[in-house]
Each structure stands twice: as C-alpha cells, then as structure tokens.
Design a protein around this ligand. Sequence first.
Ligand SMILES: Nc1ncnc2c1ncn2[C@@H]1O[C@H](COP(=O)(O)OP(=O)(O)OP(=O)(O)O)[C@@H](O)[C@H]1O
Ligand SMILES: [Mg+2]
Length: 253
Amino acid sequence: MSDVKRAERIQPAATSGGDTAYFAVHNLHAYYGESYIVQGVSFSIKEGEILALLGRNGAGKTSTLRALARVATPELRQGEVWLDHEPLHTMEAHQAARTGIGLVPEDRRIIQGLTVHENLQLAQIAPPVGWPIERLYELFPRLGERRSQEGTTLSGGEQQMLAVARALARDVKLLLLDEPYEGLAPVIVQEIERTLQEIKKLGMTTIIVEQNAVAALHLADRALILDMGQVVFDGTAKEVLDNAELRQEYLAI
Ligand SMILES: Nc1ncnc2c1ncn2[C@@H]1O[C@H](COP(=O)(O)OP(=O)(O)OP(=O)(O)O)[C@@H](O)[C@H]1O
Ligand SMILES: [Mg+2]
C-alpha cells in the first residue's frame, strides 16, 4: 500500500465516527518508563460494533488495550478517551475503571482457590454490577455446569469463557479482549466466536486483539492495524480480508 493511500485510511477519532462515535480515542500516547510505545493512536467505534485490533508481535496492541483500561502500565501521558460521552482521560485511573471498560487480559487471571461461581461473585462484590450470574450461565452453559469447580482447574477454553463472563459480571459498556483464542483448539475457538456473536447481538461494543487475524476479521465489523505503536490502517474488516498486500505487510497472513 502506498503512503498516500495509507494516510487516507488514517482518520482521527474526532472525524471518523462523527456524532455516532460511542467510543473515541484521540491521539493516545503511552509509555513504560521512558520507553515510548503507543505513539498517537486515534480511532473510534460505534455502539455495538466489533473492532479487530491487529498487527505484528510487539506492535503495541496489548499496550493500547492496557492504556485504555488504565491498568498500572503503560502510563497514559497524552490523549483523549471518550466512552458514551464520558471523558475517561480526565478521570483518575480507579474512577475510569468504574465507567465501563472491561479488559479480559491475555493471561485470564482466574483467581486460585475459588470456584467458578465464586470468581463471578467476587466480580460483583462492589458496584457497578452487570449481568446477573444466572444470565451469564445461560450465555456460557459450560460454566453453569461447572459452577462448583475450582476456576483454575477448568480447561483453557473454559477459563477463557470464565474470564469473559467475569468482565460481563461488571457493568461493561466496552469489552476489550486480548487474544481470547490463544492456545485453544479450533472447535473451542468456534464456540467462543459464537458466544461473542451472541454478546454482539445484545449490543455490546467490543475490541478484539488476536494473532488469529482471520478469525478476528470474520467476527469484526471494522479493523485497525498497528505498526510500531502507530495506526497504519483503519477500515472495514472486509477491506483487510480482500487486501492481500496489506495482510502480507502487517499481518503475515
Ligand atoms: N512492561 C513493559 N516494559 C517495557 N516495555 C514493554 C513492556 N511491555 C511491553 N513492552 C514493549 O512494548 C512494545 C509493544 O508491546 P505489546 O505487548 O503492546 O505488543 P503486542 O502488539 O501486544 O504484541 P504481541 O502480539 O506479541 O502480544 C514491545 O516492544 C514490548 O517489548
Ligand atoms: Mg499482546
């Protein structure tokens, strides 16, 4: 892709979503100490859309999700983050964490020594509470069947389901998924994909980071590709699937 064409694809959050942007990120800069990693990322998402956030290893995908969720590192030093008309960037991190961003980290963080049910109850110990646990069991029947089993003894796929369910147990407006398919057999990936489709039908807005770019693109409406901490493509998922050059250059698929 030529630089001109590439530049055309990059639209700042302030203009790409217009009035309909539900989640908008403008000129995000984040650092690990002096290490400058997220370098001016902008994008926006409409309510109910799924965005695939893609790019090579080390491109800055996890760092972007972490900066958006305002976890300890990387430090968000500049940028605007708007969720449902609320300016998250003006809030303290603990306050921003209560406004509806649910990060499902790559390592899933299931709490040792607690059952499936207790893991979900713990997520609801303080407000804002999201879906009732029984509703989560309807969405993830496998978790309902295993509600008394210790969470860390679940299979990889079941642990991923628990990690997503736990995020939804909070009052979440934006779900951030970091490599939800990692290490899972194709049949389990399909099962999780179906559940994510169902969650989308219920109106959830989602960002999915995945090494399995094809699977993420089939699920997503839109795609954002990062390279060295910067946005190099912002468009529809179909545009990426149809563009072999782009896929080869940034996704090696
Ligand atoms: N805690 C940290 N301290 C310093 N640098 C870090 C830290 N975590 C990540 N980085 C660096 O930030 C850059 C982006 O990393 P990040 O984990 O965001 O990439 P990624 O796109 O998620 O990659 P992958 O596909 O491998 O998960 C990398 O160069 C990485 O080495
Ligand atoms: Mg990562």
